[in-house]
Design a protein around this ligand. Structure first.
Ligand SMILES: C[S@@+](CC[C@H](N)C(=O)[O-])C[C@H]1O[C@@H](n2cnc3c(N)ncnc32)[C@H](O)[C@@H]1O
Length: 275
């Protein structure tokens, strides 16, 4: 079978089964299995493929289409900030929106000579590791309540040779010291909204997505507890749901400067608070 025909078939199967991003996902599956970048897929469109590659692609497309397993879990990796991180069903797949959070953390960290940075909710470790790699002067600590997430974070840390201190902690329960920046992309989906999510998103850990109090529980708790772990001029930086700007701002009334940054889709996405 020709590469071009296999790509068309993969797109068609995914489209028919309701995969929203079917073009991208078909190309992603072929590029992973055939070990080609996406441009080469199009340049080599006439290539005759060995049968085993064809079967492997079609089997994978079938798993994606039928079982609704995100491609990142199928291949065990997700791209974040230009690097590939190991992921599995125990961790949230890092999102492009979180790259904006990380970009702001890196930018602000450069105001400090040796910034002490704390992340609440490591997940795959992609955010904390990226911050540590992009600002080598930073001393980064990252905690998660899930020991399985911390295991994955440590595998990713090993891969990139960063020096983040990862540990299991329920919010600040296992955190000591003070920090110049405390940042988090906490679970922020309400129980109601969770019901509307796609089958694919529901394959991700519920504990990484859902928060009580209409999605605001973790912002509330982190704002309340953070005061014992920061200095006067420290920053609190959150990723938020697109509809949460007003509510999260209201929690930050003790801070002099609070700004909200929109993502590339013009949705409220990042809140930065400092004094
Ligand atoms: C939305 S995910 C973010 C993961 C990662 N930072 C990212 O952006 O891809 C939220 C993370 O918070 C963790 N979490 C949930 N409750 C927590 C708690 N009480 N203390 C610490 N971490 C918690 C979850 O296990 C999950 O890994």
């Amino acid at each position: 079978m020709k590469l071009e025909d296999l790509l068309s078939e993969a797109k068609e199967i995914l489209k028919t089964s309701g995969v929203h991003n079917y073009k991208f996902e078909a190309e992603y599956i072929l590029s992973q299995i055939l070990c080609k970048d996406r441009l080469s897929l199009h340049l080599d469109f006439n290539e005759e493929l060995p049968l085993e590659d064809v079967f492997e692609v079609l089997d994978t497309v079938d798993i994606r289409a039928t079982d609704k397993i995100p491609v990142q879990y199928i291949f065990g990796q997700a791209n974040f900030y230009g690097r590939n991180f190991k992921v599995d069903k125990n961790v949230l797949i890092p999102r492009p929106e979180t790259e904006l959070l990380v970009e702001k953390v890196i930018e602000i960290s450069k105001k400090f000579s040796n910034p002490r940075i704390l992340e609440i909710g490591s997940g795959s470790g992609a955010a904390a590791i990226t911050v540590a790699l992009e600002n080598q002067n930073a001393l980064v600590t990252s905690v998660d309540i899930s020991s399985k997430a911390i295991e994955i974070s440590k595998v990713n840390q090993e891969k990139y040779g960063s020096n983040v201190v990862f540990s299991v902690s329920d919010l600040f329960s296992n955190v000591t010291g003070t920090y110049d920046i405390i940042f988090s992309n906490p679970p922020y989906i309400s129980e109601e909204e969770y019901k509307t999510l796609s089958d694919e998103v529901k394959k991700e850990p519920k504990s990484a997505l859902i928060a009580k109090d209409n999605g605001l529980y973790f912002y509330n708790k982190i704002v309340e507890l953070a005061s014992a772990y920061k200095e006067k001029d420290s920053y609190l930086i959150f990723e938020i749901g697109s509809e949460q700007g007003k509510d999260v701002r209201a929690l930050l009334s003790d801070y002099k400067f609070v700004s909200c940054i929109k993502d590339y889709n013009k949705h409220d996405r990042i809140i930065i608070a400092t004094n």
